[in-house]
Design a protein around this ligand. Sequence first.
Ligand code: ADP
Length: 375
Amino acid sequence: MSLRWKFFLSYLTVVTLALLTLAVAVALLAPADFSGRVRAMNMPEGRLRSQGMGGMMINLNTLEDVLNANFRQAVARALVLAGLVAVAAAAVASLLISQRIVQPIQALGAASRHIAAGHYEERLPVPGDDELGALTRSFNAMAEALARTETMRQQLIADVSHELKTPLASIQGFMEAMQDGVIPPTPEMFQRVHREADRLQRLVHDLQELSRAEASQLILDLRAHDAAELATSAAEWLRPQFEDRGLTLTVIPPETPLKVKADFDRARQVLLNLLGNALQYTPSGGQVTLRVSRERDMAHFAVSDTGVGLAAEDLERIFQRFYRVDKSRARASGGSGIGLTIARHIAEAHGGRLWAESAGPGKGSTFHFTLPLAG
Ligand code: ADP
């Protein structure tokens, strides 16, 4: 049985029950009440009885019976008629009301089927401020989220195929040139092919990380760690590369020891990413500083460099996946443009933040990373 019929029948049942109760109550109460009133009006009976006119008394009693019987009939007829009219009116009202309730539900059903068929642009007008309105609003929000996910999915496929194309084309080009004897198969050539394969491997690894991060599946082993130790551990790991490039790397610890609540490896990964970028985008002779300080109830790590800097419009875009300011340069250096996207996910999964600041191109940049304090 459809919902509309269920509503219709339940309204009708309620109205019929109410009418039946009314009818029984009227049929039971009205005649008794009526006889009582007639008897109370029977003033002449007393007077007649006292005057010894018994015959008149009998006539009055008969009159009362006749009145009662007629009254019962009138009440019954009025009740049946009123009942019929009321049921008809209730049926019409019930049909209209059930239609009003069922129609938005039917629309929701149709829209869900439409969305399931891949039409993510489907939205419904909100019927009001009641529960059905709330349901429709939730439905629209869900459709919006699905549409966004679909766009992201399409964008991701396009980005990934684009990213895979370049190293694959290089490998293919080198191999064909060597096969055709255009280039001699020297160790140097094999090295180049190997480098491209390495890039592919890094890209696949980063993509796996990204998909875990975007699906909020990062499993964090949160414990209390010393913030300065975290910073030093990342800095010391990269120090040899900074020295090779002729860059100065300075770690400034906090004034008083700070404990952060973090997954040590993941937080270190963020700092390694920021320091690695500073290393990559700062010309030799430059300076990179990692300063650790306390900012209210957060530990604040600031990685500043004297490197290429960032334009205002890129400060937020660099956190989007695959976004690189200077595409050819970043690609040549092996950057996939995913590092900062993953790093921000890690920061946010900890309850912290990650953002960039720069006075402009050529003026260096500072990356801020915050983590909640332990305890
Ligand atoms: P990539 O692997 O390309 O470095 P990231 O996500 O780590 O990817 O960085 C995205 C882009 O942000 C980089 O390609 C670069 O253009 C810009 N960027 C990151 N760090 C810095 C920095 N310290 N100075 C200037 N630009 C930076």
